[in-house]
Design a protein around this ligand. Structure first.
Ligand SMILES: [Mg+2]
Length: 404
């Protein structure tokens, strides 16, 4: 089998729906123009992210098999790197020789790569190669990874944007009713909001804890919006809520800061969704920066690299809970003995109701471009079906959201 052609499609951030407009603390919150903590600046994130959200790659072969993958996020540079550099390397090659092709792509992009867009481009291409391998073998990729280690995949509900406390409590209650045993909320404020912001962050946790009781695990995401001093103080305040983890308290390059926060924090610290390759994640592990590692297969180097990262993490006794619950992540979790659950983005009832009321509103969220996105029931997701890894594209949605 030989790779004959590679196609890329830039997908607009519009495919992410309205969720990017809800208030939460982000890595850009320190700048007023990009701060939406109070919900009065809903375009804040769109001002610095996009317009390209994800890049879909389709790898064609002379066997008639087409592999699909996508890389993210928020930069069209991914498609430029695929078209300009990666396609030159892998067209004409055997798509089943993934290790060799990965190493070629990695080495050829070192001058402008190593982290960021180049590795995201490699991630997309690598996922397409795994898709081809699964389709060629007529097996789901988790079978190629050693077979399932579980019957179904436990999922945690990841949403709980702090829009207002009534909605937040209702939403948390909804997820508990739907069978989720773990849920993750978003903090709203960072150092720029001072002590008042700390109080407000604590109130978010309190609302959710009161809504679901003590039997549900609650995690919180700071989306790189804090610094070391703030994180240490904030997390100390939250000790009594018995949090499952707090995610990305500081920027990914501040590994010393991560370790310092982790040392001081009364709850586990997680991170890694903005880290790249086995070398980047090895650094996080060796410097004891995180208790839970959260690589994203669409960014960290694809499945080939995620497996290596998982092996290193397991040697450190650190579980891997990948960022986002896309199909490739489900294959990985299903086959790993070191990955206890998937992230899952449920839709809050209040959001559904509002969408129904406003008929013209786009009704999409993560995975809009795939025909059969993962669906959690009773807090678990079934093992992915069908051969390959990435599921079929929803061509209509892809066309609708594609941008040049
Ligand atoms: Mg996160």
């Amino acid at each position: 089998m030989e790779i004959t052609n590679i196609r890329t499609t830039n997908v607009s951030t519009d495919s992410w729906g309205e969720f990017v407009e809800f208030p939460l603390v982000t890595v850009m919150s320190k700048f007023d123009e990009y701060n939406n903590a109070d919900g009065d600046n809903p375009q804040a994130r769109r001002k610095w992210m996009g317009p390209v959200g994800d890049v879909v790659v389709e790898v064609e072969t002379n066997a008639g098999i087409i592999g699909v993958g996508h890389g993210n996020w928020a930069t069209g540079a991914i498609s430029t790197i695929i078209e300009e550099t990666l396609s030159k390397l892998i067209v004409g090659e055997n798509p089943l020789e993934r290790e060799r092709l990965w190493d070629m792509m990695y080495r050829a992009t070192i001058p402008f790569g190593r982290k960021g867009a180049a590795i995201e481009a490699i991630s997309a291409a690598d996922l397409a190669l795994w898709d081809i391998a699964g389709k060629e073998a007529n097996k789901p990729v988790y079978e190629l990874l050693g077979g399932p280690t579980m019957d179904e995949i436990p999922a945690y509900a990841s949403n709980l944007h702090p829009v207002d406390h009534e909605k937040l409590a209702e939403e948390a209650h909804q997820y508990a009713e739907e069978g989720f045993e773990t849920m993750k909320l978003r903090f709203r404020y960072g150092p720029e909001a001072g002590r008042k912001g700390m109080e407000a962050n604590e109130a978010i946790i309190e609302t959710v804890r009161n809504a679901v009781g003590n039997d549900i695990a609650i995690a919180g995401d700071a989306y790189m919006g804090w610094n070391v001093r703030y994180a240490k103080k904030m997390l100390q305040r939250l000790e009594r809520y018995d949090l499952e983890w707090v995610e990305e308290p500081v920027i990914p390059d501040d590994i010393d800061g991560y370790a310092e926060v982790r040392e001081a924090a009364p709850m586990p610290i997680s991170g890694g969704e903005h880290e790249f390759t086995r070398w980047g994640h090895k650094e996080l592990l060796e410097r004891e920066a995180v208790d839970i590692l959260q690589p994203d297969v669409h960014r960290c180097g694809g499945m080939t690299e995620l497996l290596k990262i998982d092996n290193i993490a397991s040697a450190h006794d650190v579980p891997v809970i990948p960022h986002s619950g896309t199909n490739p992540h489900l294959h990985f979790i299903a086959a790993s003995t070191n990955s206890p659950m998937a992230e899952y983005f449920p839709i809050p009832n209040w959001y559904k109701e509002r969408q129904q009321a406003a008929e013209d509103r786009e009704s999409t969220y993560a995975d809009a471009i795939y025909a059969d996105p993962p669906n959690a029931e009773n807090g678990t997701i079934s093992l992915p079906k069908g051969p390959g890894i990435s599921a079929e594209l929803n061509r209509e949605a892809l066309e609708h959201y594609s941008i040049d």
